[in-house]
Every structure is written in C-alpha cells, then in structure tokens.
Design a protein around this ligand. Structure first.
Ligand code: GLA
Length: 732
C-alpha cells in the first residue's frame, strides 16, 4: 500500500476562528477536534461523538478551549504533558502550532500536528492514527531538537486529554499481585491527583493496569452513558495521572514513567513515545469495551481474526516433570478429549544445569536428555500422529545463575555496577540486559533455533517471571543509566519484530506469572495472554470479567484445572470449571490421567460444545450483563455475532444462600425482531434446563431473560457453584 500525503495543512469545512486551522481527527463514530493558529498554543476543543458540520460550527460558542499538550514552564504550575531542560539549562518550554499534515495508508489515516518552541529549535510532533473500521484513536508524540548539545527530557506523555468536570467516575484495574488480576475498582473523581503507575521494569501489569475508563454521566453503566476509555500500549514502567485542580477539567495524562527514566535526547535524534489508545462511546462501558475489542482484533493483536485452538497445558498437571512418556500420555489424553493442541510447559530444558527446580536451567534452551532423550522432535512427531498441534514454554529474557548461559556470559544480566546482585525466582534468576545488541541476538536465537530444529512447533508460551531488581545496566553506563528501562523495551520490540518477520504464523502466548504483562504494546506481537496463574474457576469469574473491559475473549486464556484448586484450595465442580473456561479461549491445565471416566466424558462433550460456539465467543461482540463485582450473587455475560443471528450466554452463581431467588438476566445484545432457539451446553446431569430446544423472541429475551431454576435441590449437589451456558441461534 502506498502512503500518500493529502494535506499539508488541514482546513476543515468550517474554521473555528477565521485564522485557525480546525484539525479533525475522526473515526467512524467519534472525533477529536483541535484548533491551531500559527505561532499560538494548540488548543483542544472537543472529543466525543462525531459531529455534523453545523455542530462543529456551533462549538465556537459552547466549548472552552484548552492547551492540547501542556508544556512545563509558562503560566501557573500544574501537571504537564512535557518537561525538558534545554542545552543551556533553561527548564521552560513554550510550544506553538506550526502546521499539520495527513497521510493515508489503506484504511489508516495518520495526522501529524507540529508544535515548535517559540525560541529554541525544539519540536514536538503530535501524531494521531485512525482507521476506517475502528473507533479507537492511537496517539503518540515524536520529540526532537537541533540544539547545540543534548536536551534532557524530564517528562514526555504519550497523550493528554482534558475531561470536563462534572459527575465523572474512574474505573481502574489491578493491582495484580497475589493471583488477583484485573480486580476492578471504581470511584468518583474528586479534587487532587490520582496516579496509577508501575516501576517493575518489565512486567508492567504486575501492579495496576494502565487501562482506565471515565464514565462522564455519573456512576458507570454497562449500556448507557458517555465513556472515554484509554490504555497505554507499552510494556515498560508507565504513569497515568489524573489531575483535578481549580479549572473546568480533569487533566488526564498517560505515558512512560519518567521517575527512573529521564531521557537525554541528542540533537536530531527522534524520541517516539509509546502509543496511547483511546475510545469514546455513548453505549456505556460495554460500548467502550466493544470498541477496544474490535480495534484489537483488527489492529493490535496478532492474528486477531483467527479462531484459537483448544489445548492441554502441562504446567498444573505435572509441573517440571516433563518426561517424554508423561508428555506422550498427556497427548494421548488430549487427543482423546478432542482438544486440538498440547503445550509442554516449564521443565523440558537444561543439560549441565537441568531444570529440575526453578533455580536452574533458564538460558539453556535445549532438551534435557534425561527427560527428553529423543528431543523435542520426537514430541512434535507424536503430536502430529495424534492430530495435535504442539506448543512449548520458554522464558527467553531470563537466566538462572545456575546455567551454562550465565557461566559463558555473566556480563549479560541487568546489574548495577558495584552492587551485590538481588535475584528473583528460585533465588538465582536474573534478567538479561536486552539493551545489549548481543543479548537481543541471543533472545531472537532462542526462538529461531527452536523453530529451525523443530519446524513443527506451532505455539510458544513466552513467560517472564522476575522484575528488574538491580536498577542499572553496566552496558548503558556513562550517563545513560535512566535509559535502561526504555532501551530494554526497544530491545524487546526489536527481537519481537524479528521473530514476527521470520515466523509470522507462529502462535505466541504472552505470560508473566499469569497476567503480569497484559498490554497492547506487546499484544500486537502475541496471539493472547495467560490471564492468571489463579485457575480457581470461582475467582476466574471476576478476573476474566475485569480483563474483558479492554481485552477480547479471543486473547484470553481460560483453562479448566483440577479440584481442589492449587491457588485457593477451593473445591469447584467440573461443570462450573468448564463453564467458566468456555467464556474465553478454552483449554485444560491438569493431569488428565487423574480424571474419572465420567469427568473425561463430560469434558469431551463440553469441548465439542465449545467448538460449536467458539466463533461467537472469540469473534463476537461482548455484552456484560451482571457484574460479579456488584455482589448480587450472580454474574453473567454474553457474546453476540455481528449480525445478531447467534449468541452464547453465560451465567454463574457467585454466592449461594438457600432460599435465594436470583434476578432474571435481560439478554441485552440480541435483536428484538429475531427469534432464537435455545440450546443448553454442557448441561448439568441432574438438572438440565427445561427450556432446552424452545424458541423465544429476541424482544422477550431482552426484556425478561431466561428462567434458571434456583431451587435448593438443583444447587445443593454442586455446593452452590451453579452455572449455565446457553447457545442461541436465530430461527427464520
Ligand atoms: C509462570 C506461568 C505459569 C507456568 C510457570 C512455569 O508462573 O504463569 O503458567 O508457566 O511460570 O514456571
């Protein structure tokens, strides 16, 4: 596709003032409106639903204008998007509008608005990318200068949005420590500063996520009210600031966390910030999520439109005991259950330092001859015979000091000079310094060698289990220490670019001790993420619900594990465990050898059922119906195909009290004028739904939902873990 510059200056149909350029950054249903006058501050005018020309014209009278990218130094001091120290020591910036351009590339339009300091040769280009098929704006900044010596960037937000004050509520997610990813919290924004941040170094959603939603019309609603949702597409330390002082706005900034990453910018070097992606919806938080999901599947998730395989992963079943006969037995069982893929997790590698516990082996990515005497190839061959795809676990950014790699390259790890090392997992794990080109080659080589030796590997689980705990890099000494965090992620992106260039079809799962690294900076390279190491189905109802605000089900791994659960000890019946896994990318994570024949038969039927709704779950529109976080005793969600002819409805009891009656769940998302046949999936043996096979009008279901028997006898046997999965199909 050729790139074409179509404007040097954008003049919209109606300029807000006679001399100003009216800059319209539009998606199919939304628009951001800026106004730029040569030599003056660039103004933010409006962000919201797409406007008519007449509306745009009327804005002059109703909208106050405010700085579109506030810089430090002039006017009263408040939070700023950018702060820099010039080569002569001057700490101030005064950025003024100096023109704009727009280019088109296929369905994508990039608008570049140039700001220049009125005295220093210092330039900020604000870049906005939009698509004809997604209501998300991607924004980033490109900062450069031609001063005589380096300039110090002290702050450099990817984007800034002023949000008019009123009854505005913030929804945020995390922190994710202790196997409780995507915990959802919501609060009304009041005065002062809200900061959501990370400093981990490499697993940036180990703390809270940089995903935020602003509900502009009071307490968040699922299907109504105006919502702005935003996330930083970055895998390193970030900082989200929401500052509310004495003017009319909540000032929202998002970008790299500068606390340990001030950046020395050389003359002519271009510093490109990560992308801030945001959307606007008038259909509540549900509408904002659907906008993000559609954008992700089309533009920010590897193979977003491909259906994902069901799989068995070895980790919770056998831990590090990945012996060839065990792997083959698991593959026999996986094939017998009707699963489509097998993933050999941690434990398979290391020779001189075999991976028999978590303190050894990372770095030595060749098969342990004791465990896999015939190599990985024998397993990929076996998988092929069984009709399975084969996947393998790696943690290529890491090394244990007990490894051949560390012995050969002790200087490859992230380590501040003159300081004693602090190690991570297994008390020997260190992070490889990806700011070093030879380390980048090594990490790419891990994938490349495995794929060259075993071309049948179809899937990799790419893990990351330790934070940077030694805040420095011997490599980037000489005044560039704070660059480590930025250079690390640049290095990682370079490696992943090479991996994707050479292995475009490989499926790669993003993992960091569960969901410690779920962000759209990385997901463009990855097919999905391991949502949490917590596979307790009850808690997964919450975790997956929280994850769904920004991330689509096609990317969200949800595995059926053994009971009692390894993380929580909870004893959850198999039906509930399966029903929770069916609402994401379904898999199993247990030793099938230990399943009863009855459980295997149930699982086999459920896997077949899942395949019948997989397309709706993985590619459909999500409607969240009842939030588990609202503590009403139940949770519910549904996926609907874009033409609304098919749907999959999920219902989970989250609190059981004898004698409780649960409110019927309106099946929002269906089409009022269609008729749907109801088919229960994975029915419970003692109480299948009596309405199975019946046909209902969409209007009836939207208003009344379906009756779910809630008498004591039905649920006693399940210890209160009741759940239902229902497929709905249009009847013409
Ligand atoms: C991390 C992952 C797990 C598993 C282990 C293996 O904790 O999240 O799924 O792969 O590592 O060590």
């Amino acid at each position: 596709m050729t790139t074409r510059t179509i404007f040097t200056t954008i003049l919209s149909a109606v300029a807000l003032t006679a001399t100003a350029d009216n800059l319209r950054i539009a998606t199919p249903n939304t628009e951001l409106l800026l106004s730029g006058e040569q030599g003056r501050q660039l103004n933010f005018v409006y962000y919201g639903h797409r406007l008519s020309t007449a509306d745009e014209q009327a804005l002059e009278a109703v909208e106050t204008k405010t700085d579109a990218y506030p810089a430090y130094g002039m006017f009263e001091l408040t939070e700023r998007a950018i702060a820099a120290t010039h080569c002569d020591g001057n700490q101030t910036l005064r950025l003024t509008y100096s023109g704009s351009s727009q280019t088109q590339d296929g369905g994508a339009t990039t608008t570049i608005v140039t700001l220049r300091d009125e005295y220093y040769p210092f330039t900020v280009k604000l870049c906005y990318k939009t698509y004809t098929d997604a209501d998300v704006i991607e924004q980033w900044a490109e900062i450069s200068h031609t001063e005589k010596k380096a300039v110090l960037l002290r702050q450099y937000a990817s984007g800034y949005l002023p949000i008019l004050r009123g009854n505005v509520w913030l929804t945020q997610f995390g922190p994710n420590e202790n196997n409780d990813e995507f915990d959802l919290a919501t609060e009304r924004l009041i005065g002062g500063m809200r900061v959501i941040k990370n400093l981990d170094g490499i697993r940036n959603t180990r703390t809270c996520n940089p995903d935020v939603m602003f509900s502009l019309d009071g307490e968040p609603q699922e299907n109504s009210g105006r919502v702005i949702a935003a996330t930083l597409c970055y895998s390193g330390p970030y900082k989200v600031r929401i500052d509310t002082e004495k003017d009319s706005y909540h000032h929202f900034f998002s970008g790299i966390n500068e606390e340990n990453a001030t950046y020395t910018l050389q003359p002519k070097e271009i510093f490109r910030t990560p992308v801030l992606a945001y959307t606007y919806s008038t259909e509540g938080q549900g509408g904002a999520s659907r906008n993000f999901h559609r954008w992700a599947r089309s533009h920010s998730l590897a193979h977003g439109h491909q259906l994902r395989n069901t799989l068995l992963n070895s980790w919770e079943g056998v831990g590090l005991d990945t012996y060839e006969p065990v792997m083959k037995q698991m593959m026999d069982d996986a094939a017998g259950l009707g699963l489509e893929q097998f993933v050999m997790d941690d434990g398979w590698f290391g020779n001189a330092c075999p991976r028999n516990d978590t303190s050894t082996g990372l770095g030595d990515w060749y098969p342990n001859p004791q465990k896999l005497p015939s190599g990985v190839g024998a397993l990929t061959d076996y998988a092929r015979q069984k009709g399975l795809k084969f996947g393998i676990w790696i943690e290529p950014e890491m090394v244990n000091t007990q490894s051949e790699l560390y012995r050969a390259h002790p200087d490859w790890i992230v380590k501040a000079p003159h300081r004693e090392m602090i190690y991570g997992r297994g008390h020997t794990q260190a992070v490889l310094d990806l700011s070093k080109p030879e380390v980048q080659d090594h990490v790419f080589g891990v994938v490349d060698r495995l794929m060259t030796d075993n071309p049948d590997i179809a899937y990799m689980k790419w893990d990351c289990n330790t934070a940077i705990q030694n805040q420095g890099s011997e490599y980037s000494l000489a005044g560039r220490q704070p660059h480590l965090y930025i250079e690390y992620h640049r290095g990682l992106a370079k490696v992943l670019d090479r991996v994707r260039a050479k292995y475009p079809d490989l499926t790669i799962q993003l993992c960091a001790g569960g969901g410690g690294r779920v962000n759209y900076g990385l997901l463009k390279y990855f097919d999905g993420f391991w949502t949490s190491d917590n596979t307790d189905a009850y808690q997964r109802v919450f975790i997956q619900y929280g994850a769904s605000y920004f991330y689509p089900a096609v990317a969200m791994a949800a595995h059926v594990s053994a009971a009692p659960n390894g993380s929580t000890g909870r004893q959850v019946p198999l039906k509930y465990r399966i029903d929770v896994a069916m609402s994401g990318r379904m898999g199993f994570e247990l030793q099938p050898k230990h399943m009863t024949d009855e459980d295997k038969a149930t699982s086999r039927r459920a896997i077949a059922d899942y395949k019948s709704i997989r397309e709706v779950v993985q590619q459909g529109d999500l409607y969240r119906l009842v939030s588990p976080f609202k503590a009403t005793g139940q949770a519910s969600l549904m996926y609907v195909s874009p033409d609304k002819s098919r749907a999959a409805w999920f219902w989970y009891m989250t609190e059981f009290r004898r004698g409780q009656h649960y409110a019927r769940v309106p099946l929002t998302g269906l089409a009022r004028d269609k008729r749907y046949r109801v088919r229960e999936l994975n029915p419970s043996a003692n109480a299948p739904l009596a309405i199975d096979g019946q046909v209902f009008g969409g209007g009836y279901l939207i208003d009344n939902g379906l009756p779910i028997p809630d008498n004591f006898r039905v649920y006693q046997s399940a210890g209160g873990f009741a759940s239902r999965v229902v497929a709905l199909e249009e009847v013409k």
